[in-house]
Structure formats: C-alpha cells, structure tokens
Design a protein around this ligand. Structure first.
Ligand SMILES: [Zn+2]
Ligand SMILES: [Zn+2]
Length: 291
C-alpha cells in the first residue's frame, strides 16, 4: 500500500462515524412491495463513499444460527426456497454487523439498507414484503455475546410493526414505540395513532411528546429506527408527509440519541416504493448521520 493511501485509510478509520450497510444485490431486483427503489444505489453509494466520516460495508449472508435466534427452523427452511431469501438474509446480517461494529467502537451510527426483511416478520411467519426480522437477531445475538442491555426501537413506517411487537412482546428490556394507526400503551410496548392524514409539523410534535420522554426514561444502550417512507405523499402508505419531513425526522431523532444513548443510532430502511424519494432522502440522511 502506498504511504498516502495508507495514511488516508488510517485517518478515515479514525474518524468514521457512520457505517452504511449495503449489498449490490439489492440493486438487482424488483423487491416485494418496495419495488426497484434501490436500483441506482450501487452507483449512488460509490459517490458517498468518498465523504468524510462514512464507510460503506458489504454484509455477507447471515449465518443460519443468527436467524434461528428468533425464527422457527421450519419457517426458515421454507423461506430459503424463496427467490428473495438472499436479500432478506443480507439485510439481517447488515443489521447484526452494524450493532456489533458500534459495540466494538468502530462506528458510532449506522444506516442499514433492507429488503424482504423488517417489521412484519414474526417468529414463524412474514408478510407485507418483510420475511425475516432485522432487529430481532441483532438484539438476541448481542445479549448472548455481551450480556443484557436495554434497547429501544422506534417505528415510523406507515404500518404497524406486528413482527417486532410479537418477537419482543415479553422482553422488558425492549422499548417499542410504533407510530401507526393503533393507540395503545402496554408497559414498554406503545402504539401511537398518527392519523390517516397528518402534516410534517404534527408528526414531529408526536415524536416530541410520545416518543422522546419514554425514550429518555428508558435509558437504552442504543436506538433502532425502522425508517419507512411509505408515509410520503403519493406512496402506498400516504399520510400526507413531504419529502423533507424525513430529513427533519432523522435530524431530530439523532439529536435525541446524542442526549440519551451516546449517539448510538441504527436506521433500518423499511417501507416506501417511491424511488425518487429514496434517492433524495437516503444520501441526505447518511450525511446527517455523518455530521
Ligand atoms: Zn409500511
Ligand atoms: Zn403500531
């Protein structure tokens, strides 16, 4: 390695703040529900890889043992026959790596691209475009390796995160605040009705009032954020939100994590089919995380 290359790599590792977990395979397919929104991201991320404080990580496929920490053997065996299994497995692995790299002090925050995996996946079933859990294997694997720690999960996808809820229903160490159409408080499992149509301002106020105080009192080690953009105007979970709403949301929640949990924050992409929105907000959010 040339001395100049060595030095720039060395300083980059020293100052890396954000890991972006993405596999080129994500750009190759028309994924269930979310479609082709990652089509151009293999290229877009090449541009971002030169940014200060950002490192792009290509996750390997997940070990079966990692998936089996949460999912049933028979369910996994049937899922492995589906064409989208590889995408789901890479997404699980990306989330797991992100948490591990934060724990090891290599990065502070992470942006994880996900397809065919996410908040509708329960232990023995999955639907709505998500068939494996992302947070589940990451958290259970963390507990196994490093011991018990509290985690918070914020869900701002348009739809209820039934899978996340089922997996952590009896786990007192997991705060799950889900912004959807339900309205329920059951210990550390909370649903907040955002209204069929809302505004950027009203939604952000709900984040202040319904999420922040609970997050602060819970004092978790880290926050996972199931970050759907299907709530955007014209998308399939349209709640009337603008494109810029998502940047304001990421900035606000990042601020909360700095105050509450040392800035440890993992964003996992969720629902939303509008490719123009994904291409506008994801690079900007990565820059916000890198600031
Ligand atoms: Zn959704
Ligand atoms: Zn919910």
């Amino acid at each position: 390695m040339k001395r100049s290359t060595f030095l720039s790599t060395f300083f980059k590792i020293l100052f890396v703040r954000v890991g972006v977990f993405f596999h080129p395979h994500f750009s190759e397919h028309d994924w269930p529900v979310i479609g082709r929104k990652y089509e151009n991201f293999a290229e877009i991320l090449k541009g971002l890889s030169h940014e200060k404080n950002v490192v792009i990580v290509e996750p390997p496929e997940a070990e079966e043992d990692l998936i089996l920490l949460v999912h049933d053997r028979s369910y996994l065996d049937s899922l492995k026959k589906a064409w989208f299994y590889r995408g789901a497995s890479l997404s699980v692995s990306g989330t797991h790596m992100a948490l591990k790299m934060i724990k090891e002090g290599i990065i502070d925050r992470a942006f994880v691209f996900s397809c065919a995996a996410g908040h509708h996946a329960e232990r023995g079933s999955g639907w709505g475009g998500t068939y494996l859990s992302c947070c589940g294997p990451a958290i259970y694997s963390y507990w196994k390796k490093y011991g018990r720690e509290r985690f918070a999960i914020l869900d701002t996808d348009s739809h209820h995160g039934n899978g996340t809820r089922e997996i952590f229903r009896n786990e007192k160490d997991v705060l799950h605040v889900c912004f959807c159409s339900l309205n329920k408080v059951d210990g550390e499992k909370i649903d907040v009705d955002v209204g069929l149509t809302t505004t950027d301002e009203k939604y952000l106020e709900l984040i202040d009032h319904e999420f922040y105080p609970r997050f602060k009192n819970f004092k978790p080690y880290l926050l996972f954020h199931n970050f759907g953009h299907d709530t955007c105007r014209g998308d399939y979970g349209d709640r009337g939100l603008s494109e810029d709403f998502f940047l304001k949301l990421a900035r606000k929640v990042k601020g909360f994590t700095e105050e509450v949990c040392g800035g440890r924050y993992i964003i996992i992409t969720h629902g939303g089919k509008r490719k123009d929105v994904a291409e506008y907000i994801f690079p900007e959010i990565i820059r916000i995380l890198a600031e």
